[in-house]
Structure formats: structure tokens, C-alpha cells
Design a protein around this ligand. Structure first.
Ligand SMILES: Nc1ncnc2c1ncn2[C@@H]1O[C@H](COP(=O)(O)OP(=O)(O)O)[C@@H](O)[C@H]1O
Ligand SMILES: Nc1ccn([C@@H]2O[C@H](COP(=O)(O)O)[C@@H](O)[C@H]2O)c(=O)n1
Length: 203
């Protein structure tokens, strides 16, 4: 089976998941999706308080060996049992989810263009570009409402690790993108271009 692997990167709150969902809704298929977030390392050896302090915006926070193994398996038409991460406990859950192979594979995550082993497997690289102030406002809302965080913890984490790692890894990785998309999944012109390209290659 011919496969096309589409990478969707961008800072936290930039609109990656929204763009991924648009692609899922509009591609025939449907595509397979691997979320890099689900490959955060298991941290059973740490207490909750210790896990709260981990730098989750560093490349080392992810089990990239497993991620690359799963991406290669999907590319070779083999299904994978993807881990499921639980943000409320800062740890991998005991559940997995079956991801079936498909001609179009979407890969999403803040750091996928910063890890060469992942980057080289991607056929189309999309970077969702959104101003830091907008991303921060979205992040505060999401972390408090959906991830059970306090305002203080969001502020501490943002200034302590999220912002510096964004500047060190995420922003420079934009140079590896094929297309930089302002306004993410709401950018109709960019979406049409990407969908046409997908249609041409695997349609
Ligand atoms: N282009 C956009 N315009 C306005 N709001 C958006 C846009 N893209 C995403 N959002 C909103 O911003 C929030 C974060 O988007 P999301 O796609 O989850 O970001 P990410 O996956 O990069 O963290 C969500 O509430 C989403 O509805
Ligand atoms: N236990 C964790 C693990 C990760 N994060 C944050 O998630 C962000 C990435 O997800 P996006 O949907 O925002 O792209 C990343 O910036 C990590 O800081 C967390 O808060 N807790």
C-alpha cells in the first residue's frame, strides 16, 4: 500500500489538533493518526508531585523509540497499539488504542519536527503558526478547564519550561516545515492545497 505521512507541528495551543481534525473530516479513508503526546514516557517511579515538575517540553520527555517503531509499522501496513496518555495524572494510562494502517497517516505533536528520526519519515510537514499570546490564553483555558490544573501551576510551567523549550526547539523546527499555516485548521486556502496534494498522491 502506498502511504503518505503528514506531520502537523506547532507550539502548544497553536491549533494542531483542530487542523488534524479538519484533515480527518475531509480526507477520504479515513487517515490513521498518531499523537506524539501519547508517547510521553511512563513515570511510575515518580510521585504525582515529582511528575508535576517534569519538563514535558523537552525531547527526552517522549519515548521516541516506540513512536518511530509505531510509525514505521503503520507505514508498512501493520496496525499498532498506541499508548494513551492521561494528562490529569501526568502519566501514561494502562489503556492502549488500536491504530489501523491507512494510505494517509497523520502525525501530530509540538516536537515532531525537532526530532530528526521522526522528521525524516514525514512526506508533508505542516507547521501551525500562532502568536504566543494567543497560544498562552488558549493554554490557560484548556489546562484549567480540561486538565484540572490551577492558574498558578499553568503560570509556573509556562515560564519555567514551556516558553524556554518552545524558543529552543519548537520555533527553530519551523525551518523544517514545507508549509507554515497561520490560522491553522481555519485557513481554508492552506487546507485546500494540502487536501489537493493528498488527493493527488493517494486519492
Ligand atoms: N484558527 C483558530 N481560530 C480560533 N480558535 C482556534 C483556531 N484553531 C484552534 N482554535 C482553538 O484553540 C484551542 C486550542 O486548539 P488546539 O487545536 O487544541 O491546539 P493544539 O492542539 O495545538 O494545542 C481550541 O479551543 C480550539 O478550538
Ligand atoms: N503531563 C503533561 C504532559 C504534557 N503537558 C503539556 O502538553 C503540551 C503539549 O500538548 P499541546 O496539545 O498543547 O500541543 C506541552 O507543552 C506540555 O507542557 C503537560 O502540561 N502535562
Amino acid at each position: 500500500m502506498e502511504t503518505l505521512i503528514v506531520g502537523v507541528a506547532g507550539g502548544t495551543g497553536s491549533g494542531k489538533t483542530t487542523l488534524t481534525q479538519e484533515l480527518l473530516d475531509k480526507c477520504a479513508g479515513p487517515p490513521s493518526v498518531l499523537f506524539h503526546d501519547n508517547y510521553y514516557r511512563r513515570r511510575d517511579e515518580l510521585t504525582y508531585e515529582e511528575r508535576e515538575k517534569v519538563n514535558y517540553d523537552d525531547l527526552d520527555a517522549f519515548d521516541n523509540d516506540l513512536f518511530v517503531e509505531h510509525l514505521r509499522a503503520l507505514r508498512s501496513s501493520r496496525p499498532v497499539e498506541s499508548p494513551v496518555y492521561d494528562f490529569s495524572i501526568h502519566n501514561r494510562s494502562d489503556r492502549t488504542t488500536l491504530v489501523e494502517p491507512s494510505p494517509v497517516i497523520i502525525v501530530e505533536g509540538i516536537l515532531i519536527f525537532a526530532e530528526p528520526r521522526i522528521c525524516e519519515l514525514l512526506d508533508i510537514k505542516l507547521f501551525v503558526d500562532t502568536d504566543a499570546d494567543v497560544r498562552l490564553l488558549r493554554r490557560i483555558k484548556r489546562d484549567v478547564v480540561e486538565r484540572g490544573r490551577t492558574l498558578q501551576s499553568v503560570e509556573d510551567q509556562y515560564l519555567g519550561t514551556v516558553k524556554p523549550m518552545h524558543e529552543l526547539y519548537v520555533e527553530p523546527s519551523k525551518r523544517n516545515a514545507d508549509i507554515i499555516i497561520p490560522d491553522g485548521g481555519h485557513n481554508i486556502v492552506a487546507m485546500d492545497m494540502v487536501l489537493n496534494r493528498i488527493q493527488r498522491d493517494v486519492g
